[in-house]
Design a protein around this ligand. Structure first.
Ligand SMILES: [Zn+2]
Length: 189
């Protein structure tokens, strides 16, 4: 845990791991999870987790005789990503892009997030002072320069500023960099 999760700065105040999914592991209280799942699924889901924990108790995964970093996702969108395309310059031999079948049946497979053009423009301009866009030109000013082998946005250009797909993802709070931006007209009746 110390090796994978302890950041350089003392954000953990001496602990090995924290509950911030940005660097460690997401964590939810049992009661909160049960409430979120709802009456029909709660017990089923909880039993599934309990079974998984019991069945894997005391078992660890090794690669080349070293403990692996067992990263996971709620939904990869059908294909996982190469580690080096997510964490720049960090190539991990066992974290290679692979197909992940059956995920289209899960609820998080395709997520639509709606923004006003003004909202995105404001966030971009605050984060990148060199960007100065009229909201109505937003989509025309964004160009995807490169996608990863798994199809996610690796790099994009906004006006003359080049940013990473992961930076846009964080800025807009998107679920994935495997994303398409499109304009949707709304009519007020
Ligand atoms: Zn942490």
């Amino acid at each position: 845990m110390k090796k994978f999760y302890s950041p350089k700065e003392d954000t953990h105040k001496g602990a090995d791991i924290c509950t911030d999914p940005g660097h460690c592991q997401a964590w939810t209280k049992k009661e909160d999870a049960m409430a979120k799942w709802g009456t029909f699924k709660a017990l089923d889901n909880w039993n599934k987790i309990e079974r998984a924990v019991k069945e894997t108790e005391g078992i660890i995964i090794l690669y080349d005789k070293k403990v692996v970093n067992p990263v996971f996702h709620a939904n990869s969108g059908g294909m996982t990503e190469n580690a080096e395309d997510v964490w720049e310059g960090v190539e991990v031999p066992y974290l290679k892009s692979v197909k992940s079948e059956g995920e289209d049946k899960s609820s998080g497979y395709k997520v639509e997030t709606v923004f006003k053009e003004e909202e995105i423009t404001k966030k971009l301009e605050e984060e990148y002072p060199d960007i100065d866009i009229e909201p109505e030109n937003l989509l025309e000013e964004i160009e995807v320069l490169e996608r990863t082998p798994a199809g996610r946005v690796k790099e994009l250009k906004i006006e003359d500023v080049v940013i990473k797909g992961t930076q846009l993802r964080t800025l807009l709070g998107l679920r994935s960099t495997n994303s398409i931006l499109k304009r949707e007209m709304t009519a007020r009746l």
